[in-house]
Ligand binder design. Sequence first.
Ligand code: ADP
Ligand code: ADP
Length: 222
Amino acid sequence: MIRFEQVGKRYPNGHMGLDGVSFHIRRGEMVFITGHSGAGKSTLLKLIMCMERPSSGQVHIGGQDLRDLGSNDIPYLRRQIGVVFQNHQLLFDRTVFDNVALPLVINGTPTDEVGRRVRAALDKVGLLNKEKSYPIALSGGEQQRIGIARAVVHKPALLLADEPTGNLDPSLSAEIMALFEDFNRVGVTVMIASHDLPLIAQLDHRMLTLDQGQLVTDGEQA
Ligand code: ADP
Ligand code: ADP
């Protein structure tokens, strides 16, 4: 599903975001990417989403070499990916329903289908009763669940998350990780960047460790 071959990313200011990174993630896997701040975790996720382009090496997503994607193909690629951010990036002047519906509205999904899908997504994150609320009225953990509902509302094959528990306490963080495991269990490939080692050590998934842009370990946890 995701293949990196000797991928390097040098930013215009000379910083190396990634340096000679190779790995392969199969469809249906759940993988953590860890490493200190500045290790290259966000860079790796941005390359998958085509928000950045590699300076060297190759990135393949679903068998497609991203070098062959033109700017017209990128929206199509992104439709197959759901993304969860640390600060969830919800719109505070829109209801929960409208926030979650946004990706569907953008790609022109018919209105009755939007309603059905938004409710299915809210149901999966346990917040069906909040559809008319505004994000400001929700707790931090609930806001992050809404961010996850929005990321999965179009049923992407791949779910990416960048420090999704960065602002949450340990018990809420564990609940959020359990939610990602639920999506993984129904076949979604999940990649989560996190530096919360105590949390991810409790979970039994493959872990890629980056250090200064290099992949230093890739393995199942003990
Ligand atoms: P992480 O997500 O692990 O904290 P990043 O991928 O954000 O790491 O950063 C990796 C390296 O690339 C760091 O040295 C960072 O300063 C640099 N970097 C990230 N984004 C940019 C950018 N847009 N311009 C220049 N340097 C960047
Ligand atoms: P429908 O297929 O009628 O749209 P659902 O949206 O409830 O119904 O999804 C049907 C099944 O697909 C559920 O079991 C759901 O958990 C699973 N599923 C597969 N991929 C995803 C995804 N990316 N996000 C959410 N659910 C998914």
